[in-house]
Design a protein. Sequence first.
Length: 393
Amino acid sequence: MRLPPWLGSGTRGRDLALAGVSLAGGLVLWTLGWQPQIRPHPDVPAVLFLPPLLAMCVAVGLRLVAPRASLAVGTAAVVVDIALGGSLGAILIYTQVLYDACVYGPPRLWRWLLRATIGLSVVGAIVGVVLTDQWSGVAVGVLVVLVGLLPVLTGISVRQYRDQAAAERARAEQTARLVELDRRQAVSAERARMARELHDVVANHLSAVAIHATAVLSVPGLDRGQVESALRVIRESSVQGLAEMRQMIEVLREPGGDGTAVPESVSARLAETDELVERVRAAGLAVRVRTDGAPGPLPVGVDLAAYRIVQESLTNALKHGTGEADLTIAYRPAEVVLTVENPVRRDGAGLPGAGAGLIGMRERATLLAGRFSAGPHDGRWQVRAALPIGEGR
């Protein structure tokens, strides 16, 4: 059965209800005449035990809002009650006050209570033995242990479990936040990677299509051979773009793939640069290729990044250059260095661009801990990328 909301844990209504139940139980014991317990003054009127009982119940109602005040009121009430002879109801309720002070009070409070109850237990045992002149007087200390020390130890144990549970919840929440942050970073990184791939796959081929379509539309009097040559380049660029786009979609659809790396079977390779150069030449860019060093197998990530950087650089040369470019691929023991140079049109003519190509190339090199630079060099535009491949390929 569910409790009503106003009786939930930590609510003011629950404290008042507990104080009311304690008062009702204490009144029942008072009605049964279970006072005095210690009997130093057997002729004390029973009605005098009611004010300490009421004060003890008030202390229970203050357990959450004012733990120190609750302990002070409860201790004063139990002292008065014991001075009158001691009532069972007040003593039992005082154990609840001690327990609540340890659970809800500051750490200093329960440490002080632990030392005080241990000291009172020892003193009670010694006083009992001295007064009775028998070892059975130790029972006085046992009573102090039952009434004072045990509630304090129980409250400390519960508090430690609560603090440990709170720490575990905080640690779980922190872990969840870190996982969510890692997930968002992974999503952002994947979106950036996909943006680079889409730009390289779509923009490069569409640039060649746009250049030749513009030439066909802007140059009057082209003969059929020239038109067919332009349309052939347009078709080849379109077919190649569609093929690479289809490969990329297959990678994204691959079951169980996390998308963090493109499989080798569908990755563009630096070894395919010859085919790329032929397509660019057919699009109207005269490319001179020079290779330094002996080509060898490259890591998949480096192979793909190198191909895309060459592809983007040649596409930019086609869009913004004067129709020629120099490509140098240098294979070194620990890196492969790519250099593309081309003259730039002085009139600024060419297809418009958003600058995403340079950003994408720089990101590819940075992700592989490589170096990248792009800018004017000896009157020409130079793109240079050095990608590490490790020692001893």
